[in-house]
Design a protein around this ligand. Structure first.
Ligand code: 3AM
Length: 177
């Protein structure tokens, strides 16, 4: 089985800005530079032939390049902790691309994604007992922002678990016109 998701890879100068914002707080489990991404669609575990169908449907998708910028910071809360993330603006073009990716996934036989789409770039994961470190980080970085950057492609990733943890491998890249 292959654990897949579709995402935008931020360019190097944006990854550098995000890495620079990460501090040495041991309470936050920071995402490695290689794993920084903006998810468009989580796919989950699929067999190889189905993965090929999904890649073919994504390859048929037509969409144009657009600009984004980093804007602000936020958190998701789950039961025992959550994620810290960088926000992006504007949301419309990335939501439109995510909707096209969603249609392609359904054409390839996946069940519709029922959850609302909230574009974000995960920076760290945190545990509930470290909630104060999360609040401090949010206060310090409330005005995190970048210059606009061009999104010229999106990527099908495979999420693999090794003894060094989870890492993401590019399966295929799809250019935006
Ligand atoms: O883009 P982020 O880092 O927020 O948390 C996983 C990660 O999100 C998410 O998909 C992205 C790439 O792994 N993810 C993992 N399991 C998931 C699931 N069952 C999931 N998203 C939705 N449902």
């Amino acid at each position: 089985m292959h654990r897949l998701f579709v995402a935008i890879r931020p360019p190097e100068e944006i990854r550098d800005l995000l890495i620079d914002a990460m501090d040495d707080s041991p309470a936050l489990r920071w995402v490695g530079e290689d794993n920084l991404h903006l998810t468009l669609r989580f796919i989950g575990e699929v067999e190889r032939p189905h993965a090929n169908d999904i890649a073919a449907a994504l390859d048929r998708l037509r969409s144009t390049a657009f600009q984004l910028r980093i804007s602000g910071i936020g958190k998701f809360e789950q039961r025992n902790g959550g994620a810290l993330w960088a926000g992006i603006e504007p949301k419309e073009p990335v939501a439109a691309l995510a909707a096209k990716v969603e249609r392609a996934c359904q054409q390839a036989g996946l069940e519709p994604e029922r959850r609302a789409y909230h574009p974000h770039i995960t920076l760290a994961r945190w545990n509930r007992r470290n909630a104060e470190a999360v609040e401090a980080f949010l206060r310090r970085n409330a005005d995190l922002a970048s210059a606009p950057f061009e999104v010229t492609s999106f990527i099908l990733y495979e999420s693999r678990l090794s003894r060094h943890g989870r890492h993401y491998e590019e399966v295929a890249a799809f250019p935006l016109g």
